[in-house]
Write a protein that binds this ligand. Structure first.
Ligand code: C5P
Length: 301
């Protein structure tokens, strides 16, 4: 085999709570993350050039060490003393700097792809550890599905698969820096924290109404303060019969849950018509892989 082709899925945060600031500068989280059927693709091919050549349809992205895909591939070549060159083609569909873990997922796909391509003697747990070094969301993006993520985001607990639902995503034109949203976060200003246990119970009971009613993200008000369009996009989704709508991660993407596909389509049309500046609007569904090998805690209820 001299090439691999991978799908790198985006995620949404159904809840995001911050438990405190850590000595390493990061924040301790409790966040329920869910993979969705919006994905980038990563094609990796062995070459005899001795270097890494990265191409992408997103012209403004760097194609050197500053790109997390290049960095992950270079890391694996070095760690396993691989002499081969690489050609990598990254096709972006996931909005960038959007709160959807696009970069982390591309990184995860690259790590998994390198393991496959070179048949690396790497245990699954080791792959997750390498992922955690490259980004807090990368281990989740390697696993994919429905997880509670704690610590920096790397301590994963597998939950029951999320019930099926249509998800509309709308990405305001602004890029948001995760680091600055976390830096601006003020625990004293938070009015409401998620009820994580209740959400986990709702996921186990496949109670989609309770899941949607309990959406809560403590970073939402930080980003919303700077970008009021987030509030308007949430209202637009609810006006079009979303069960509920919220910002994902550090933002600025807003997602809404729809039971009815026609309502979801109507919401997409409504946003296209009324928010001309919002170019990235998607209708997708939640994604849960059929996984057997997951080396982390599983909550059984
Ligand atoms: O780990 P990652 O590079 O994705 O994180 C980006 C930034 O987000 C970090 O540099 C940090 O400022 C912030 N962050 C945080 N606490 C976390 C995860 C991320 O403060 N648990």
């Amino acid at each position: 085999m001299d090439f691999v082709f991978l799908e790198a899925r985006a995620k949404i945060n159904i809840s995001l709570d911050i438990k405190g600031k850590r000595e390493d500068g990061y924040h301790d989280l409790a966040t329920i993350m869910q993979s969705i059927n919006l994905f980038d693709t990563v094609f990796i091919k062995k070459t005899n050039t001795g270097d890494i050549r990265l191409e992408t349809n997103a012209g403004f992205l760097p194609v050197n060490e500053k790109n997390i895909v290049y960095k992950a591939a270079g890391y694996m070549l070095k760690k396993f003393d691989i002499k081969s060159g690489l050609y990598i083609d990254l096709k972006k569909n996931i909005p960038i700097s959007a709160g959807l873990a696009g970069g982390s997922s591309d990184c995860a796909a690259t790590l998994v792809g390198m393991k496959k391509l070179f048949s690396l003697p790497l245990k699954y747990a080791e792959l997750l550890e390498i992922g955690a070094e490259l980004g807090s969301d990368v281990p989740f993006c390697i696993n994919r599905g429905t997880y509670l993520a704690e610590g920096r985001g790397e301590i994963l607990t597998k939950l029951a698969p999320h019930p099926k639902i249509f998800v509309v995503l709308a990405k305001p034109p602004n890029a948001v820096s995760t680091a600055s949203v976390f830096a601006e976060y003020n625990p004293k200003a938070v009015k409401k924290h998620p009820d994580t246990d209740l959400l986990i119970k709702a996921i186990y009971e496949k109670d989609i109404i309770s899941i949607a009613n309990n959406f809560c993200n403590v970073l939402e008000s930080v980003t919303e303060r700077n970008l009021p369009i987030i509030t308007d996009l949430k209202s637009a989704m609810i006006k079009n019969n979303a069960l509920n709508a919220m910002m994902s991660g550090s933002g600025p993407t807003v997602f809404g849950y729809f039971i009815n596909k026609n309502d979801a389509h109507a919401a997409v049309r409504y946003i296209h018509k009324n928010f001309k500046q919002v170019k990235e609007v998607f209708l997708t569904t939640v994604y849960n892989p059929n996984q057997r090998r997951i080396k982390c805690r599983t909550i059984l209820r």
